[in-house]
Write a protein that binds this ligand. Structure first.
Ligand code: ATP
Length: 456
């Protein structure tokens, strides 16, 4: 089994970054846009722009590599976002996937009862203005409804999936029969989920359409404890490995009254931002709940037969369920820094993103754009590099401004082609965080960069 290395060096302590800073950078530099903005937008729904899609793909690919490709006993699937409606009855979502909401009679704000301080809830007191809260919570189901079929009367009501992991239980038997996996083994998936959140907000933190990554790891009941601990620790180290502020990551164990009836324990991986300590991923003890329920509701026997002992049983499940969008947001909040200039000039905005995840890996910059030889050498270096990594060519504005542009989007390396290059075939490689510069022969450049921007 692989241990994820702690790859990101810790950086000096900096204040928690206001969300507005990353919202503004995201819009300005093309990471994230409000969905349907020209029509006024839709609360809790976002689109990812040119740099956002690169960052998001890198985050997802790294997760997939770590969880699926790097484990012999884990495979992946990609399920549809629409399923048979019975799935959501079996899962309990039709009945229980609800938010309880109270309103402040004075300031009209709405609060989820599970997010309120118990004292405020008991005293019906608004945590913002001190006004009176409504006493009876209103109940809302979060599932988004949709309809299959075109003929009125024959249309079937179903749901966009409220959590992505249900596909894994639905495909579990097909995977066992087609993939020669044996317990203990896992199935992973990255996919969209939809929730009619009653309090969407805080940018990507709570959306109505978002993406989750799940592992469901199937074990013999006697090995549940061992595997729970294994995945719990691995997931924590995984997040730690891509963060600058490692001290802002912690586990929160669920109290006994928060636990589902089948769960012996549950831990959230939490990250501290201006929003406080918030859930990033849940490590859940699901026991045999899901497979048993789907067996009951579908009438299919989903038990597993051990090929050696012939024991027939329903495997127990360790689940790790996290959010791609919360990862995206937390990484931006973790990476963003406005670094004061030592000479009192304009602060340097820099994204200290891990080089593995940065949307652009290298920028190739000819010192001057009106010198034909500098431009053609830079172009040929760029054409070669982009076969291996995302490379950007830029010859607009002075070199200092171009460095700043790349710092702001987290590009870990800039390669400058100057007059010395034409003489000795070497270039300057400037690194983002320390702004240190070294000189390298062009022939060594690709390997030098690949070694630093590719995960291993
Ligand atoms: P919360 O208590 O914050 O509503 P949850 O416990 O309902 O979250 P899960 O159902 O366990 O969340 O989902 C797994 C992961 O999916 C969460 O840890 C989070 O990273 C992500 N997630 C859940 N809801 C949202 C949302 N509305 N927007 C963005 N990400 C979400």
């Amino acid at each position: 089994m692989t241990q994820i290395e702690d790859n990101q060096p810790e950086i000096k302590d900096t204040p928690l970054v206001p969300i507005e800073k990353v919202v503004s950078l995201s819009k300005r530099r093309g990471f994230v846009f409000p969905n349907s903005e020209i029509y006024g937008g839709v609360a809790g729904i976002y689109d990812f722009g040119p740099l956002g899609v690169e960052l998001r793909n890198n985050i997802k690919r790294y997760w997939w590599w770590s969880m699926v490709q790097n484990h012999d006993n884990v495979v992946g699937i990609d399920g549809a976002t629409i399923t048979h409606p019975r799935v959501w009855e079996a899962s309990g979502h039709v009945e229980n996937f609800v938010d309880r909401l109270v309103d402040c009679k004075k300031c009209k704000r709405r609060f989820r009862t599970d997010h309120l301080d118990p004292e405020n809830l008991e005293q019906h007191k608004c945590p913002v203005c001190g006004g009176e809260l409504t006493s009876e919570p209103r109940i809302f189901n979060l599932l988004m409804e949709t309809y299959l079929g075109v003929v009125e009367g024959d249309r079937m009501k179903t749901y966009l999936r409220g959590e992505a992991c249900q596909n894994i239980y639905l495909d579990y038997d097909n995977v066992v029969k087609s993939s020669r996996v044996q317990v203990p083994f896992g199935i992973c998936q990255i996919g969209k989920a939809y929730r009619n959140e009653v309090t969407p907000g805080n940018f990507l933190f709570r959306q109505r359409e978002f993406e989750q990554w799940d592992l469901q790891f199937f074990v013999h009941p006697s090995e549940m404890d061992k595997w729970y601990e294994y995945w719990k620790n691995l997931r924590f180290e995984w997040y730690k490995g891509i963060l600058n502020h490692k001290d802002r990551l912690r586990f929160r164990e669920h109290a006994s009254d928060e636990l589902a009836h089948y769960a012996k324990k549950a831990f959230d991986v939490e990250y501290q931002t201006v929003l406080g300590w918030q859930e990033w991923e849940g490590i859940h003890w699901r026991q045999d709940w899901d497979l048993t329920r789907h067996s009951e509701y579908s009438g299919q026997d989903l038990r597993y037969t051990d090929p050696l002992t012939k024991e027939r049983y329903t495997p127990w499940i360790v689940e790790t369920s996290g959010g791609v969008d919360r990862t995206f947001l937390n990484l931006l909040l973790d990476a963003y820094e406005e670094e004061p200039d030592p000479n009192g000039k304009e602060a340097r905005t820099v994204l200290h993103l891990h080089p593995w995840l940065a949307p652009v890996k290298v920028a190739v910059l000819p010192l001057q754009k009106n010198k034909e030889e500098l431009v053609s050498t830079a172009q040929s270096i760029h054409q070669n590099l982009r076969r291996y990594m995302v490379s950007q060519y830029d010859d607009v504005a002075n070199i200092g401004r171009r460095y700043r542009r790349q710092d702001e989007i987290g590009t870990p390396f800039c390669v400058t082609i100057d007059f010395q290059t034409l003489d000795d075939q070497t270039v300057t490689v400037r690194e983002r965080d320390g702004m240190t510069q070294i000189r390298l022969p062009i022939s060594e450049l690709t390997m030098y960069l690949l070694d630093r921007v590719t995960w291993k």
